[in-house]
Design a protein around this ligand. Structure first.
Ligand code: TTP
Ligand code: MG
Ligand code: MG
Length: 436
């Protein structure tokens, strides 16, 4: 549908409503018009900062503004991110730095300043939280927002609140964001990526199926390279193909993932926005196939669960100060043990070692049917694992963990197994993740 045939619009520069069929704003002349037939009805948004680390560096050093900028290097020697000018030359996140510089020799390379990015990320997040308590951060530079029911408070519909927010971030923080607006999480996230940078895309209920039809299966949340290859072997490459398949068939072939494929391919996603403040703890636990009593059997499970908890903390950019160990004995008695740390953590290694200390005291021949580990007293990740307070050894561990994370990001979660979980993952599989 041509933009100018749509009645519900807003100018993204001067925020004037545009109910007429104009390509440019009648008030300020801007071509940045937002228009969509369902604009008044949609309220689930995903907001993601554009070339986040690079934008912060450009903000702080105007000499970089029109230059290709790459953030990265340091110990890992990979690109964290590149500005949109560098991306024109083919530079991408996770690329080895030498390749990036081959593609764009004139690029300026800036070492990442994580503390600064965390601070800016928190600033953007608190601006989101001023709009609605329903903010679910996904990482340092992005979050879901549910603006349903805030219309009275803002005296404006969600689309206008979001356009105003994007403008406010530019003015007050000095970086840009892209907004995706839809009726569900899946499509809001997809939408925020459609029109980057400084984008604002809308995917309505009406067009969801036809929009998805042409897209590759990799667009679906949870379909990585490996699973896409599995689908490819079965001849499935587009979401349109999934739309023609029965739910039973998909579930028979791909288990619970098949259920997800069935629903998401049809634009059906019931997941609600879960504000972070609701979570008081993050944990993961498993029930064993047969009861376990020996340290050497319990340790690998504890390690795997600690990594899982850590991954989820990192995803949400939060940390916890109290480590909680949970055990259930063969006769169903529950034991919980906890220990408070000096500083909040999100590192698998610290969670694991603290859990291990607690576990050692419980292992006395008792048979256990369940083991769980988690953290509570959640806080922002900004204050977690401070380097100056972490001793030399664990600082090294933290660096190693960072390297492992980046490999996992690149090659998938199964790419790296540590000594404790290697080859033992079948002893027990994490069954339940909790957020209370
Ligand atoms: P993203 O939001 O994925 O990327 P981005 O903000 O740089 O660019 P875009 O406009 O496409 O959103 O990630 C946010 C930050 O996380 C990014 O600026 C740097 C960091 N990051 C890494 O360090 N390594 C990675 O592989 C990726 C993808 C991101
Ligand atoms: Mg981003
Ligand atoms: Mg992001």
């Amino acid at each position: 549908m041509p933009v100018n045939a749509l009645p519900h619009g807003i100018c993204r520069d001067c925020l004037t409503p545009a109910n007429t069929a104009s390509r440019r704003c009648r008030s300020c002349g801007s071509p940045r018009m937002l228009a969509h037939a369902e604009l008044d009805r949609l309220s689930l948004a995903h907001v993601d900062c554009d070339a986040f680390y690079a934008s912060v560096e450009k903000r702080d050093n105007p000499a970089l503004r029109d230059r290709p900028v790459i953030i990265g290097g340091g110990k890992r020697g990979v690109v964290s991110t590149a500005c949109y000018i560098a991306r024109i030359h083919g530079v991408r996140s996770a690329m080895p730095m030498f390749k990036a510089l081959e593609a764009c020799p004139e690029a300026v390379v800036v070492k990442p300043d994580m503390e600064k990015y965390s601070r800016v990320g928190r600033q953007v997040r608190s601006m989101m939280e001023a709009l609605t308590p329903m903010v679910e951060p996904l990482s340092i530079d992005e979050a879901f927002l549910d603006l349903a029911g805030t219309e009275k408070l803002h005296a404006a519909r969600a689309a206008l609140v979001l356009a105003r927010f994007a403008r406010q971030v530019e003015e007050e923080v000095g970086i840009t964001v892209s907004v995706g607006l839809s009726y569900c999480k899946f499509l809001a996230k997809v939408a925020s990526d459609l029109d980057k940078p400084r984008g604002f895309s809308v995917i309505g209920q009406e067009e969801a199926i036809s929009f998805l039809q042409k897209q590759p299966v990799t667009l679906i949340w949870g379909v990585g390279k490996a699973f896409a290859a599995t689908l490819g072997k079965d001849g499935i490459r587009t979401i349109g193909q999934l739309q023609t398949m029965e739910r039973n068939e998909l579930m028979r072939r791909y288990g619970t993932m098949g259920d997800r494929l069935y629903h998401l391919s049809r634009g059906m996603d019931e997941r609600g926005v879960k504000p972070r403040s609701e979570a008081k703890s993050v944990s993961s636990e498993t029930t064993f196939n047969t009861d376990l009593s020996r340290m050497e059997d319990l340790v690998p499970v504890l390690r795997a669960l600690s990594e899982r908890v850590s991954a989820r903390l990192k995803e949400a950019d939060i940390a916890g100060r109290t480590v909680v160990l949970k055990l259930k004995t063969a006769d169903f008695r529950l034991r919980t043990r906890n220990r408070q740390l000096g500083d909040p953590t999100r590192l698998a290694d610290r969670i694991f070692h603290t859990g291990l200390e607690l576990l050692k005291r419980e292992v006395d021949g008792t048979r256990f049917r369940l083991l769980g580990i988690g953290v509570s007293d959640l806080t922002d990740a900004g204050r977690a694992d401070p380097q100056d307070l972490v001793d030399g050894l664990s600082h090294k561990r933290a660096l190693a963990e960072g390297a492992i994370d980046s490999l996992r990001e690149k090659f998938g979660k199964q790419a790296v197994e540590t000594g404790y979980t290697f080859g033992r993952s079948k002893v027990a599989r994490p069954q339940r993740d909790g957020e209370d």
